[in-house]
Design a protein around this ligand. Structure first.
Ligand SMILES: O=C(O)CCC(=O)C(=O)O
Ligand SMILES: [Fe+2]
Length: 289
């Protein structure tokens, strides 16, 4: 991947712009309770159940996955831990995403947005922990300066099954100790993190230990919007049931429509560490993201 030098996020920001951001950080996450009506929630759940059945058939070799759906099984098993390219695979789900999720993200960002990537993390019992990371680590090689994700749980997210935990004090930590930032991507801070291998993208303990974390339990119909800079992690699923959640990630429309390009690059170069950030399954010895 050879596009980093030309991305907007690689241009340096002025010290004043960085100081202004640290003084008045943008809202980096927002939980919208009951964002979906019960009918809308059921429709998302039914459409995803169909995708899941198709993914199971593909893993069992009964048929090819529909429309280039990406299916990631647990290592050494036929259990599915993640599916991707949902919008590209299911016109019905695409309609729901475009009609309901895209306007929510555009309101949060304050301008029109484009879908960048999408997936469902199925988070099986006993597994699925994500170490502390910033999603921008995986996306900064593309043209967006920031990215915004809607987490749409298909099962309630609880402390027991590994709900998301988000950092609440990143800017305060940086103000107290500017050396906590490894690199500025425009005005966005990239924290020091593992490079390559199993810890790729995992925020160094020296910084993550100073972050305060807020657990975000969620009910059916709630949506969590979070940007790609806010550090987050999740614990393993200690419940006996899967914790499925859709993650629909957008960038500002003014920064390009990269969904097709992202998946083209990912399919061509699936072993590249930029696609494997702080995530719980193995792929060619690296983690799969
Ligand atoms: O599924 C989770 O609990 C966290 C997912 C996440 O942070 C990611 O996929 O980047
Ligand atoms: Fe993440």
């Amino acid at each position: 991947m050879n596009v980093a030098a030309s991305t907007p996020s690689s241009r340096p920001a002025s010290e004043q712009a960085i100081a202004a951001m640290l003084d008045a950080p943008p809202p980096r996450y927002e939980k919208v309770e009951a964002a979906l009506s019960p009918e809308q929630f059921e429709r998302f759940a039914d459409l995803y159940a169909e995708i899941h059945r198709n993914a199971e058939d593909a893993v069992a070799g009964r048929r090819a996955a529909m429309h280039d759906l990406i299916v990631v099984p647990e290592r050494g098993s036929t259990m599915i831990c993640r599916t991707e390219y949902l919008h590209g695979s299911s016109p019905e789900l695409a309609k729901m995403i475009d009609g309901i999720i895209t306007p929510l993200i555009a309101r949060f960002v304050g301008e029109p947005v484009c879908l960048f990537k999408d997936k469902c993390n199925e988070k099986s019992p006993g597994g699925g922990a994500f170490d502390p990371h910033q999603d921008i680590e995986a996306y900064r090689h593309f043209s967006g300066s920031n990215y915004f994700t809607a987490m749409v749980p298909l099962d309630p997210c609880t402390l027991e099954n590994g709900c998301l935990q988000v950092a609440t004090n990143m800017e305060a930590v940086i103000r107290a100790d500017p050396s906590a930032v490894e690199q500025w991507l425009g005005i966005e801070p990239l924290l020091p993190a593992g490079k390559g291998g199993a810890n790729n993208g995992v925020i160094d303990e020296s910084v993550s230990s100073r972050l305060d974390w807020e657990a975000v339990p969620m009910a059916r119909g709630d949506i969590l919007i979070f940007d790609s800079v806010v550090p987050h992690y999740s614990e393993p699923n200690h419940s006996p049931h899967s914790r499925r959640a859709l993650f629909l990630t957008y960038n500002r429309r003014s920064e390009g429509d990269n969904y097709a390009y992202y998946y083209k690059r990912k399919r061509e170069d699936a072993g590249n560490p930029i696609f494997h950030v702080a995530t719980p399954t193995d792929f060619d010895g690296a983690k799969e993201g």
